[in-house]
Write a protein that binds this ligand. Structure first.
Ligand code: NAD
Ligand code: TYD
Length: 337
């Protein structure tokens, strides 16, 4: 494996993944990214000029573009997606185009170009649906029972990957990971939104009663899991990745308040998200056994690093907030920032 096409490499996890690849391997990496509102070329601008890195602006649904880019490629790592549940509730269209149609175009072009593989598809724990508090964590053989347009579009992509493996023998490997946090996360997701609101002295909008549970993983641990699955994963297999760190949202918010020395009074309980999944939790024993992977960064260490990163990169998020994000926030929360 020498040449890798990474999609969505200007987003949160893709940026961290490409940085890891260029730091620890000598693959030639092409980054295909449409630069949507969530794709920020600034994230990875310092890599331009690196002899192993090329950036191409474009969409994964663009068959002609993608088929040209597949020439000479060995592996694909597909991060490109519309990724925010709340946006999918407002408008599912872009989720279907990118997450479903885009994945199929990548699979078709990969097969037509005769790439050796693997085709690593980055998926999410949300495809399994929601757990009750007393239920065991998700395993790879659980049924897919997605509840939001976002998770339904991701589950659809997983099934198209499965179909490519079964029908054509395309060497697909799927990773499903839990909630990531860390540097470069777009400030519409829980952790960066809460850090920034805290820093700016704004209210912290917690949905419902704040008791929904997520499993949290530091983004670098996720990237190492994707890399391990790309290099050691068995074609046709699914690997759960997670942080073994289940927390209620209110506990996450309280951690941020504590790290930033801010009062609990900033918390504002707001209207719940429709169809809000109660709990996600991952059984990661297959990845531990087969990929020799496990998460290394505990939540306290990861959160200290993350909070420090947002404090040290105020210009990065201020530029985002001053632009397109401001109108989205107003529309979503019914008030300005
Ligand atoms: P993100 O929204 O930060 O980044 C997505 C990137 O994809 C952006 O750079 C965007 O410009 C690009 N993109 C969007 N549509 C595109 C298109 N049609 N063609 C090309 N590029 C396009 O997302 P993220 O949080 O970095 O998530 C990356 C992947 O990981 C997604 O597939 C997501 O479903 C999955 N995932 C995310 C999490 C999480 O906690 N963030 C957890 C598990 C899995
Ligand atoms: P989010 O970061 O959107 O990730 P996901 O929905 O993919 O899990 O949300 C994480 C959790 O935080 C989820 O239970 C919804 C909740 N949440 C809030 O309570 N307030 C917010 O402003 C946001 C964005 C999320």
């Amino acid at each position: 494996m020498e040449k890798i096409l990474v999609t969505g490499g200007c987003g949160f996890i893709g940026t961290n993944f490409i940085r890891l690849l260029l730091r620890e391997r000598d693959y030639k990496v092409t980054n295909l990214d449409a630069l949507t509102y969530a794709g920020n070329p600034e994230n990875i601008r310092d890599m331009e000029g690196h002899p192993c890195y090329t950036f191409i602006k474009g969409r994964i649904e663009d068959h002609d573009l993608v088929s040209g880019l597949m020439e000479g490629v060995d592996a694909v790592v597909n991060f490109a997606a519309e990724s925010h549940v709340d946006r999918s509730i407002k408008n599912a269209g872009p989720f279907i185009n990118t997450n479903v149609l885009g994945t199929q175009v990548l699979l078709d072009c990969f097969r037509q170009a005769g790439c050796s593989g693997p085709f690593l598809h980055v998926s999410t724990d949300e495809v399994y649906g929601s757990l009750k508090m007393e239920e065991p964590p998700f395993r790879e053989d659980n049924l897919l029972k997605p509840n939001s347009p976002y998770s339904a579009s991701k589950a659809s992509a997983d099934l198209l990957c499965r179909a490519a493996w079964k029908t054509f023998g395309t060497p697909v490997v799927i990773t499903r990971c839990s909630n990531n946090y860390g540097p470069y996360q777009f400030p519409e997701k829980l952790i960066p939104l809460m850090i920034i609101n805290c820093v700016e002295g704004r209210r912290l909008p917690v949905y419902g009663n704040g008791m929904n549970v997520r499993d949290w993983i530091y983004v670098e641990d996720h990237c190492k899991g994707v890399l391990a699955a790309m290099e050691k994963g068995s074609p046709g297999s699914v690997y759960n990745l997670g942080g073994n760190c289940e927390l209620a949202n209110i506990e996450v918010v309280e951690t941020i308040l504590r790290l930033l020395g801010k009062p609990r009074e900033l918390i504002e309980f707001v209207k719940d998200r429709p169809g809000h999944d109660r709990r996600y939790a991952m059984d990661t024993s297959r990845a531990e056994r087969k990929l020799s992977w496990s998460p290394e960064i505990d939540f306290e260490t990861g959160m200290e690093r993350t909070v420090r990163w947002y404090l040290d990169h105020r210009q990065w998020w201020r530029r985002i907030l001053s632009g397109q994000y401001r109108s989205y926030y107003r529309e979503h929360y019914g008030r300005g920032l």
